[in-house]
Design a protein around this ligand. Structure first.
Ligand SMILES: Nc1ncnc2c1ncn2[C@@H]1O[C@H](COP(=O)(O)OP(=O)(O)OP(=O)(O)O)[C@@H](O)[C@H]1O
Length: 676
């Protein structure tokens, strides 16, 4: 009774303010909530007519489909939450609506009686409820205010919307990007004081689901200053990668930690923020997933936390079958280097490569699939990672799948996932497929030319419909992925031979690029330096250099295994260096390389090595060219006869003998200390 009286009094105030505003053209400065007053002022500036009749939605079914596709992730995570909210307000004569960031309603569920009335004011999927389209309303205002807003009855700018009461809250992703709004609308006579709270709770759930899905491959730390806050809506969430880097923090976490919006990169490593190691925490979580632990921040404050290791994280952390998939989660020495690789850092001066990098840079972020072709080991996957790291999805997952390495009978479940019990041997809890794991990021299909034809048809459907149906599941799940593919085969030839579907070929080949083989590249020196710097096989790889004569051999070698082979050769060479030795000499190279170059015709002399051009493997200062001691033994197995012959040859000049043999002088001294 009291409530009704107060409501009637408030409605009378609003009506009177409305009349004054209409007569004077002056937006009142009090008497209504501030966001509503600001919205009235905006609508007035837009020249909207308060008496305008209901405008039917101007969008077509096609527009709605495109908008839904664009917000597929939001829609996928919000629809369950909307059902849940609707359960809470069932029979209250209202509906729950989801709008995208432009104000277009993507989805709505509600009580049939109210849905009918809502349709009469175009409160329905496909209608745009931005302020400029429909005046003051909760969806439009919350998107502009970027804060929860409630608009009751006559507070709506257009008279025709006065029958509504709407409560909406904005939805953001963890980067602070506005994704849309969740709204609860009902009859203006049935407003409930807790409705805005419900909308905010719904938004919190949607944002949390989006965060968890985007970071499925990371460990998730839920925390709160109070133990009972962990697991509740007020907990903060941090996503942490296998190296302990904090890669994302949600809104709550930022608020609890006092970190500015968007300044997530500054959080750095787990150990910068907390006392204690991340490894210890993982160990505890693995032993007891439900355990609540107390952590101390570097600032001295204490929080309570639970670390969750998702199945995707665990799948990555356990050794995945070689080559099948590398969801970046398990510690991997080359991972941080890969993570940093961008199109810019890949540039080492070769013009053919530069052409490829420039083309990729123009395409990345534009939803155009890139097909990378090149010989095995030429850096196709690294280029794919560089594309991912250089685009707007850099913070999303990069999921690499080697189609050639997955047994044919597993490829379907590997790519599409399955629900529990879908087939004999399936895990009870089911598994998320690789395509779904890439949601929000990039799916890299390596060796796509080797994908079985049956799978090609299913993949084509996913790419067309942007939905994945896990094996055994009744419905499809929307996915938002950028697609990169690679193959060492000429895919066009595969199409002609009937081994690759032509329609899929055109789908994956938005931009086709060809990586040059290493032997055709002019930037060998740059690559060698890069590989040395990125190596973990020497305490100080940056101090190690390559002797000019070694570089000449590397330049003359044809590298059938491309950069991968060069990388292996350099790793072995680094491992063979003696303590204190910092120069890679020919003797540190494998016999097959020396042999191949030794068998090659004489090559041009010295200066070209600086440019990585082929030249003689022979040291320039050899007085009288001895036949190169090929095959050379590695330093530890240096042939005694070769040492003796070299010392004699150079009249006891050990420096010259060592140079000729391609070993450090110290190595020679040491060898001479032992009986030949
Ligand atoms: N420009 C580069 N700088 C440093 N390392 C590189 C470069 N390109 C490739 N590599 C390294 O060489 C190895 C092979 O590269 P990658 O796996 O990208 O080749 P690929 O063409 O995809 O090989 P495959 O066809 O066999 O899958 C990797 O360890 C990668 O880190």
């Amino acid at each position: 009774m009291v409530d009704n009286t107060m409501r009637a009094a408030q409605a009378a105030v609003v009506e009177s303010l409305r009349r004054q505003f209409s007569a004077s053209g002056q937006v009142p400065d009090a008497g209504l909530p501030v966001p509503v007053l600001r919205s009235w002022a905006r609508c007035q500036r837009l020249g909207l007519d308060m008496g305008e009749r209901v405008r039917p939605p101007s969008t077509t079914r096609g527009d709605l489909m495109v908008a839904r596709e664009r917000s597929a992730a939001l829609l996928a995570h919000a629809s369950g939450v909307m059902e849940h909210l609707h359960e809470q307000i069932r029979s209250s004569g209202s509906m729950v609506l989801l709008a995208d960031a432009s104000g277009m309603i993507l989805h709505g569920i509600g009580d049939p009686a109210f849905v009918d009335r809502a349709n009469r004011v175009a409160l329905q999927a496909g209608a745009n409820w931005s302020e400029c389209e429909r005046g003051t309303n909760a969806i439009g205002a919350t998107l502009i205010e970027r804060a929860p807003v409630e608009v009751l009855g006559a507070e709506h700018y257009l008279d025709c919307n006065g029958v509504l009461t709407c409560s909406a809250a904005p939805i953001f992703d963890w980067r602070g990007e506005l994704l849309g709004a969740l709204d609860i609308s009902g009859d203006h006579r049935s407003h409930q004081p807790h409705t805005l709270g419900l909308a905010r709770m719904g938004v919190r759930l949607v944002e949390r689901r989006l965060f968890e899905s985007e970071h499925a491959r990371h460990a998730l730390l839920s925390f709160h200053p109070r133990p009972e806050g962990v697991g509740g809506l007020q907990e903060g969430l941090l996503a942490i990668d296998a190296d302990g880097e904090i890669v994302a923090a949600d809104r709550q976490a930022r608020a609890l930690l006092g970190v500015e919006e968007r300044r997530v990169a500054g959080l750095g490593n787990f150990s910068n923020l907390f006392r204690g190691g991340f490894g210890t925490l993982i160990g505890r979580a693995a032993r007891d997933p439900a355990a609540l632990v107390e952590l101390e921040l570097r600032s001295g404050a204490r929080i309570h936390a639970r670390l969750r290791l998702s199945p995707a994280w665990q799948a990555g952390a356990q050794s995945a079958p070689a080559g099948t998939a590398r969801v970046a989660a398990a510690p991997d020495p080359s991972r941080s280097a890969r993570h940093r690789t961008t199109l810019e850092t890949l540039s080492t001066g070769d013009p053919a490569l530069q052409f490829v990098l420039d083309r990729c840079a123009r395409i990345v972020g534009r939803s155009i699939p890139i097909l990378i072709q090149g010989e095995s080991g030429s850096g196709k996957e690294l280029l794919a990672r560089a594309c991912h790291n250089s685009g707007p999805r850099a913070d999303g997952p990069f999921v690499a799948v080697n189609c050639a390495a997955i047994p044919e009978n597993l490829i379907e479940s590997e790519l599409f996932g399955y629900v529990g019990g879908a087939f004999t041997g399936a895990r009870k809890e089911g598994a998320i497929g690789r395509i779904q794991q890439a949601h929000g990021g990039t799916l890299f299909l390596d060796e796509i030319g080797d994908m079985p034809l049956a799978m090609q048809a299913r993949l084509l459907r996913v790419l067309q419909e942007r939905c994945v149906q896990p094996v055994g599941a009744g419905s499809a799940v929307p996915v938002d992925i950028a697609l990169l593919c690679a193959t060492h085969r000429q895919l066009g030839e595969q199409v002609k031979a009937g081994r690759f579907r032509e329609d899929l070929y055109y789908r994956v080949n938005g931009l086709g690029v060809q990586l040059p083989p290493l032997r055709a590249r002019s930037d060998l020196q740059g690559i060698v330096r890069r590989l040395l710097d990125g190596s973990s096989h020497h305490p100080e790889p940056a101090r190690v250099d390559v002797a000019p004569e070694t570089m000449a051999i590397l330049a003359a070698y044809p590298w059938p295994g491309n950069i991968r082979q060069l990388q292996n050769v350099l790793e072995v060479a680094l491992a063979l260096l003696d303590e204190g030795e910092t120069r890679i000499l020919p003797v540190h190279l494998p016999e097959e390389v020396l042999q191949a170059v030794g068998d090659a015709p004489a090559l041009a002399p010295s200066a070209g090595a600086e440019r990585g051009e082929p030249r003689s493997a022979r040291p320039a200062d050899d007085p009288d060219p001895l036949p190169l001691p090929l095959p050379l033994r590695r330093a530890r197995a240096l042939d005694d006869d070769a040492i003796r012959a070299a010392i004699e040859r150079f009249d006891g000049n050990l420096s010259a003998a060592a140079r000729h043999l391609g070993v450090a002088r110290n190595t020679l001294y040491r060898r001479m200390g032992r009986p030949f």
